[in-house]
Design a protein around this ligand. Structure first.
Ligand SMILES: *Cc1c(COP(=O)(O)O)cnc(C)c1O
Length: 445
C-alpha cells in the first residue's frame, strides 16, 4: 500500500498541479553526520574546480573574465514578479525576486555545466595522476597538450541523458580528448543530438524514456574497463559538482547585499528531473544556511518522480509509471519517471517540499519571462518560476509547517533557479515563445 494522502494521489494520477510539504525536516548535526556526503566533500569538489580553472580559462575563452570558474549571474526580476502576480491572481508580488541564470552558464548553457563537467574533469585528473607524473600541484593547462589528449583518447566516457547532461559531458570530454558515447532518451531534442555528433560524440538513440537510456549505457560501459560511465541515478561526483553552486551563490548574495538569516529566509525553487542538480544545490545551501534557507523541487505534472519518491518514502523503489503516468512533457530536462536513490536519501530530511506544474503553465511563464525581462529560457527552466505562486497561495500552511511568522514569510527573498536556455537554437526559441504567447492570449479572451 502506498503511504500517500488520497487527495494527493488523486491529483498526481490526474495530472492536476499539486504540492507536498515535507513533514519530517531535520537540520540537526546528527542528521548531517548520518548522510553519505558532507561539507568536506563539497569543499574538495570546490578545490578541484579551482585547480582546473586555469585550464578551463585557456580552452574555453568565454570563461576568462571569471578566471575559469563556470558561474552564472544572479539577476533581479521585479517586472516578472509583478506580471506573475497578475497572471496567477496572487494577493501580492514577492518583494524580492531573483533569477539564478544557469541558462547562461558558459560552455553548455544549462545547470548540467556544473555537475556534468565536474565529473569529467575529475575523471581526467585521476587518469593523469595515475598514468603520468601529473599531480594536483601541476599546472593544469598542460592537460590541453596533445600528449594528454592522446592519453585520454584511450579512455571512453559514457552517459545516459535526456539531452543537457549529454551536451555538457560531450563538450567537456571531447575537449579533453576522450572517446564519448551519449545514450539519449526519446525526449532529447534533435539539435542537441546534432551538436554532439558535430563534436565527434557517438549518439545512441532509444525510443524509450530516460531510465532505459541510462540502463543501456550502464550495461555497455560495464563491459569495458577503460570506460567511465557517468551515472545520473547514483553518482556522488555529479551531486558534489552541483553542490559547489551554494558557496558561489552565497558570495553573490553578499555582493547584492541580500541578507539571509532566520528573520530573512531565502526560498529557492529548483526544477527537478532525476534530482541530482537540484539535490546537490539544495544540499550545498542547507550546509551553508541551515534553516534560513527553504528549498522546493519543481516538476511537471506528467513527471513528478521526486515528489512521489519522497512523499511515499519509497524513493527509487517507485516510478510514476506505477501510478499510470505517461512521463510526456515539453520540459525535456525533467522527463524522468524514477528519482535518484542518492538524492532521495539526502533530501528526505532536508527538502522543504515539492510541487508540480502543468506544461501549459511552463509555456506561459516562458512567454512572460521574455516579455517582462527579455530573458529566454527553455521550458524546463520555468518550473521554478511557479514557486512564488505556491508560496503566496498556501501562506497559512507553509508558515505553520515551516515555523515562520507572518513577518518572516513576508520578508523572504525568493530565488528561481533558471536551469537552461542559452543553447536553444533561435528558431526553436521563437517557437516556444509563440506557443506561450498564444496560451496567454487564449486565457485572456
Ligand atoms: C537536467 C535538468 C534539470 C534537472 O536536473 P536533474 O539533475 O535531472 O534533477 C533541470 N533543468 C534543466 C534544463 C535540465 O537540463
Amino acid at each position: 500500500m502506498l503511504q500517500l494522502p488520497s487527495a494527493l494521489l488523486e491529483q498526481l494520477q490526474n495530472y492536476i498541479p499539486t504540492w507536498w510539504l515535507n513533514p519530517k525536516q531535520d537540520h540537526s548535526a546528527e542528521m548531517f553526520r548520518s548522510l553519505p556526503l558532507n561539507a568536506q566533500d563539497i569543499a574538495q569538489a570546490s578545490a578541484r574546480l579551482k585547480r582546473f580553472a586555469p585550464y578551463i580559462a585557456q580552452v574555453f575563452p568565454q570563461t576568462q573574465a571569471a578566471k575559469g570558474l563556470i558561474e552564472s549571474p544572479l539577476t533581479p526580476i521585479p517586472n516578472f514578479a509583478k506580471a506573475l502576480t497578475g497572471f496567477a491572481d496572487c494577493d501580492e508580488a514577492p518583494q524580492q525576486l531573483w533569477l539564478k541564470q544557469d541558462n547562461q552558464l558558459p560552455i553548455s548553457g544549462s545547470i548540467k555545466a556544473r555537475g556534468g563537467i565536474y565529473e569529467v574533469l575529475k575523471t581526467a585528473e585521476e587518469i593523469a595522476c595515475r598514468e603520468t607524473s601529473f599531480t594536483p600541484q601541476s599546472d593544469y593547462r598542460q592537460l590541453a597538450h596533445p600528449d594528454y589528449q592522446r592519453l585520454f583518447s584511450q579512455y571512453q566516457i559514457a552517459v545516459g541523458s535526456t539531452g543537457n547532461l549529454g551536451l555538457s559531458i560531450g563538450i567537456m570530454s571531447a575537449q579533453l580528448g576522450f572517446k564519448t558515447t551519449v545514450h539519449m532518451s526519446a525526449d532529447a531534442r534533435e539539435w542537441k543530438k546534432q551538436k554532439l555528433r558535430d563534436l565527434g560524440v557517438t549518439v545512441k538513440e532509444y525510443a524509450d524514456d530516460y531510465a532505459v537510456a541510462v540502463a543501456h549505457g550502464r550495461q555497455q560501459a560495464e563491459q569495458d574497463p577503460h570506460c567511465h560511465f557517468i551515472d545520473d541515478e547514483h553518482s556522488h561526483d555529479l551531486f558534489l559538482g552541483y553542490s559547489v553552486a551554494a558557496e558561489r551563490l552565497q558570495l553573490q548574495l553578499q555582493q547584492a547585499q541580500i541578507q539571509v538569516d532566520r528573520q530573512h529566509p531565502l526560498i529557492v525553487y529548483l526544477p527537478c528531473g532525476v534530482g541530482g542538480g537540484p539535490g546537490g544545490i539544495a544540499f550545498g545551501l542547507k550546509q551553508r544556511f541551515g534553516d534560513a534557507v527553504h528549498c522546493f523541487f519543481a516538476e511537471p505534472t506528467h513527471s513528478p518522480c521526486c515528489l512521489l519518491g519522497l512523499a511515499s518514502h519509497r524513493h527509487a523503489e517507485i516510478s510514476i509509471r506505477d501510478l499510470g503516468l505517461d512521463n510526456h512533457t515539453a520540459a525535456d530536462g525533467l522527463a524522468v519517471g524514477r528519482p535518484s536513490q542518492l538524492v532521495c536519501e539526502m533530501m528526505q530530511p532536508l527538502l522543504d517540499g515539492c510541487y508540480t506544474v502543468a506544461d501549459e503553465t511552463l509555456y506561459q511563464l516562458l512567454a512572460l519571462m521574455q516579455q517582462q525581462q527579455q530573458i529566454q529560457l527553455e521550458p524546463s527552466a520555468l518550473a521554478g518560476a511557479w514557486g512564488p505562486v505556491i508560496w503566496n497561495r498556501h501562506a497559512a500552511e507553509l508558515t505553520a509547517q515551516l515555523g515562520l511568522t507572518a513577518q518572516q514569510h513576508q520578508q523572504a527573498t525568493h530565488l528561481i533557479w533558471a536551469t537552461g536556455g542559452s543553447m536553444v537554437p533561435e528558431a526553436e526559441m521563437q517557437h516556444y515563445i509563440a506557443q506561450g504567447e498564444a496560451l496567454l492570449q487564449s486565457r485572456n479572451v
